[in-house]
Ligand binder design. Structure first.
Ligand code: G3H
Ligand code: ZN
Length: 282
């Protein structure tokens, strides 16, 4: 059942668990995510990145997600991930997305606030929730000096002001995670996360969660309500296809080649739902 992102985020915040947001790119990924959600009785967020929109187009993505959501009884939200502009947000809302992220994190503080306010103005009357980002996630290198590292992280006082002024429904925070594969083990700044939690009253979002150890996720999920996973799905997809073709080098049927990839992604999604605490909550 397709529902507003707000409904899923608020239930997670009140219930003290986090909901997984998984990136889709094609039908098999959507099926893997939705089947996992139904089997785990878990709410779920499926989301389209800029790359996915370029690859598949907003209409195909919306169509796939709506059909998938209608087939299950668990709550499903369709989110725009790292939205880049007001016009893209509007296009997604017109196509039935139930949540949008507007990523103004590269902008100066006041400009970030202004673009989020503009998006909130158009999203809320349509019952579409808005995620914003403060601080810089990603590109955090192991050898970066501490002062630079800290400067990129979300400031708790700024977060409080940002949420108050924008009225956003969710806030993505920078506390040490990064997108893609980690070279070493990521070190998350939990003191900062607790401080942001204490100073704001909005569901928090952890991006770049692929490769973050389970123990760290178990701590983070006490404070965040949405956890984004993309890279681990890609890894499972690619490995399953490589393994299958190694064993069956003459296979040419796409359904046979993609079947194991779908199964592998589904396993990843199910495990994350249990880890995040959303399994059994729908
Ligand atoms: O917005 C998407 C996520 O933050 C995914 O991050 O690829 O490191 O799992 P990831
Ligand atoms: Zn992200």
């Amino acid at each position: 059942m397709l529902v507003s992102g707000r409904e899923i985020l608020q239930a997670a915040r009140q219930g003290g668990y986090a909901v997984g947001a998984f990136n889709l790119n094609n039908m098999e990924i959507v099926q893997a995510i939705i089947e996992a959600a139904e089997e785990e009785r878990s709410p779920v967020i499926i989301q389209a990145s800029q790359g996915a929109i370029k690859y598949a187009g907003i209409e195909y993505i919306a169509g796939l997600a709506k059909i998938a959501a209608e087939r299950v009884s668990v709550p499903v939200a369709l989110n725009l991930d790292h939205g880049t502009s007001f016009s893209q947000v509007v296009q997604c809302i017109r196509n039935g997305f139930t949540a949008v992220m507007i990523d103004g994190s590269q902008l100066p503080f006041e400009e970030n606030i202004a673009v989020v306010q503009k998006v909130v103005e158009v999203a809320h009357p349509n019952n579409v929730s808005v995620e914003a980002e403060l601080g810089k996630i990603g590109g955090v290198e192991d050898d970066i000096v501490v002062s630079e590292r800290d400067a990129a992280f979300t400031d708790p006082d700024e977060a409080a002001e940002f949420v108050e002024r924008t009225q956003c429904d969710a806030l993505a925070v920078a506390i040490g995670t990064a997108h893609g594969l980690y070279k070493g083990e990521p070190k998350l700044d939990f003191d900062r996360l607790r401080e942001i939690r204490r100073k704001t009253d909005v569901p928090l979002v952890l991006h770049g969660a692929s490769g973050v150890p389970d123990e760290a996720i178990a701590v983070a999920r006490q404070y965040v309500s949405k956890i984004n996973i993309d890279t681990e799905l890609r890894v499972a997809f690619a490995k399953a296809i490589a393994d299958f073709l190694k064993e069956h080098p003459n296979e040419i049927d796409p359904r046979k080649i993609l079947g194991p990839a779908k199964a592998a992604m589904k396993d990843v999604v199910r495990a994350k739902m249990r880890l995040f605490g959303s399994a059994g909550k729908a």
